[in-house]
Design a protein. Structure first.
Length: 146
């Protein structure tokens, strides 16, 4: 190895500890906390119905995140409708009372999972994703409102 190679190698070794220490201090991407994950619970049809019908204090809100066309065709009685993929979903949801419990459903559980994830990030603490969705509710011949 010639003199230029040795100088370059020495320069590498003298800057390496500084580079490594700077990298170790770099901010790490944030991961969802177990607290956030724990605030969203998947529920079955039986759990959904029990919570929906035992709502004496008005602390439970049923939230339908399907399209307006789906909602008008039939929905869970007294459900609040906010379309999941509306541009202003965050704004509409932001008007809701965060102290209440939200039973969120869509057709089959995909959109409701995304909606409760977003709502959790927006500060909602009591979220329940009805994973069976409207398909399971309707198949079980539960009460429907139009």
């Amino acid at each position: 190895m010639n003199a230029h190679g040795l100088v370059a190698l020495a320069a590498l070794f003298t800057t390496l500890p500084t580079t490594l220490s700077a990298e170790s201090k770099a901010p790490q991407p944030t991961q969802p906390s177990s607290e956030t994950e724990a605030s969203v619970k998947k529920i079955s049809l039986d759990e959904f119905e029990a919570m929906r019908t035992d709502n004496k204090g008005g602390e439970v809100v049923v939230l339908d995140v399907r399209t307006p066309k789906e909602f008008v065709a039939g929905h869970v009685p007294k459900a609040v409708h906010i379309k999941w993929n509306d541009r202003d979903f965050n704004e509409q949801v932001g008007k809701l009372d965060k102290s209440k419990k939200y039973l969120v459903y869509c057709q089959a559980g995909v959109r409701s999972a995304a909606a409760v994830g977003r709502m959790s990030m927006l500060g909602f603490d009591h979220l329940y994703n009805f994973t069976g969705g409207w398909a399971a509710y309707e198949k079980a011949a539960k009460p429907i409102e139009k």
